[in-house]
Design a protein around this ligand. Structure first.
Ligand code: ZN
Length: 408
């Protein structure tokens, strides 16, 4: 019987044929003896993560694969990112992502990242706990210039525009409501008051005075975006009865794990970048399967390289995933291994696309088919056929023997 589950999601892994790679996709062109061996021992297929005709975002795609429908459990990127910073969300909170930026005395943006400031903590600490009109602002540092913001109080809404115009040399935006409701108007009003108060507090910080004296841009404005209002999301354990951990480098993916109540593990060397230590992640997952029922492992860089149009870089990064996957070839059949992607990121398109991604299930009870390679076309001939993201967890639960009997 299957007892444990290791789910590996390679971000943006899927692609389209590339002329320069002899008409192969980067995954097909890569040297992948380990992934191919795993595929040969698996039941394979293709997956439209959100269903046919939809281009998945990474956040909605991951939620779909984990069995969380986006119309019920997706409230924008803010709440997921904020969860990834270790902040606990409460029903009704409005969560936003933020950058510490630099503005001049006319509120024109000089630098959206305050000179790519290294440590946001001294600045976010000065703002954390600020109260305005019954709303408490909970602010935590992210990596480098990034921060997470929670607005907590009664009568809030996420129907507001971004304060961040996403470009320098423009004035910061006054936040306005996008719905004609009292909640949206109140949220915009309170947030505008806070952003001005925050600017005053930040300007007065000794850290900023030091930065200015040494010729660095002051971190004197919080540029916020991506508001989302959180409603209760049942955790993985509550939903499936499985204890779960998350092994990821990128903030959004740690966020997905935290958002679903998984234990987010910090793995040294897991960066979310092409230099990430993939073996360290796989090793950590294998170790953690002693402690958890389900390990979610995320590897990011194939997506970023696809967005750069760098098909050789993407192929070479997949080579590295495969080298690390040697660690997975010895998994016992009691561990269900699921390997897939959240979406395709074709190098020719430099963005996510609606092309389905390969998926394999390996472990006891899977109906091993004739697929001999892990690739977009090879997996298309597999037993699973073409599934959707929402089909993954029911299949996992089925192989765990935990699906309820319907009828007698
Ligand atoms: Zn993605």
């Amino acid at each position: 019987m299957i007892e444990k589950v290791l789910m590996l999601i390679c971000d943006g892994l899927g692609d389209r044929p590339v002329k320069e790679l002899g008409g192969k996709t980067p995954l097909e062109a890569a040297n992948t003896p380990n992934l191919d061996r795993l595929a040969a021992e698996s039941e394979c297929g293709l997956m439209h993560t959100l269903g046919r005709g939809l281009v998945p975002g990474s956040d909605t795609a991951h939620l779909a694969i984990m069995g969380y429908e986006r119309d019920k459990y997706y409230f924008g990127r803010g709440p997921i990112e904020v969860a990834g910073l270790g902040l606990e969300l409460k029903h009704g909170d409005v969560a936003l992502r933020g950058n510490l930026g630099t503005v001049d005395d006319k509120f024109i943006i000089v630098d959206r990242r305050a000179g790519r400031i290294r440590d946001a903590a001294p600045f976010t600490q000065a703002l954390d706990g600020t109260k305005i009109d019954g709303v408490t602002f909970i602010i935590k540092p992210g990596t480098a210039h990034r921060a997470g913001v929670i607005m907590r109080g009664a009568g809030l809404s996420d129907a507001i525009i971004d304060a961040d115009p996403h470009k320098p040399d423009l004035p910061v935006r006054k936040v306005t409501p996008t719905a004609q409701t009292n909640e949206a108007r109140r949220t915009a009003d309170v947030l505008n008051k806070f952003l001005i108060r925050a600017h005053e507090i930040l300007n007065d910080l000794p850290e900023n005075k030091k930065r200015v004296q040494s010729g660095q841009p002051a971190a004197n404005y919080l540029l916020v975006r991506g508001a989302g209002q959180y409603s209760q999301v049942p955790g993985f354990r509550e939903r499936y009865g499985l204890t779960a951990c998350c092994i990821a480098g990128g903030g959004l993916y740690k966020g997905v794990g935290a958002y679903l109540g998984m234990k987010v593990l910090e793995i040294p060397g897991a960066t979310g970048l092409p230099d990430t230590d993939i073996e360290a992640k796989f090793r950590a997952a294998l170790t953690q399967l002693e402690n958890y029922d389900f390990a979610f492992v995320h590897v990011k860089a194939a997506d970023s390289l696809g967005e750069d149009g760098n098909f050789e870089g993407k192929r070479d990064f997949i080579n590295r995933i495969d080298q690390a996957a040697a660690l997975l070839t010895g998994l016992p059949e009691e561990v269900l291994l699921v390997v897939t992607a959240d979406h395709s990121t074709p190098c020719s398109q430099k963005s996510h696309s609606g092309d389905p991604v390969p998926i394999m299930y390996r472990g006891f009870g899977t109906r091993v088919d004739g697929v001999q390679a892990f690739g977009e076309r090879a997996c298309g001939a597999g037993n699973l056929g073409i599934i959707e993201g929402k089909d993954v967890m029911p299949q996992v639960m089925n192989l765990l023997g935990r699906l309820p009997l319907v009828g007698a």
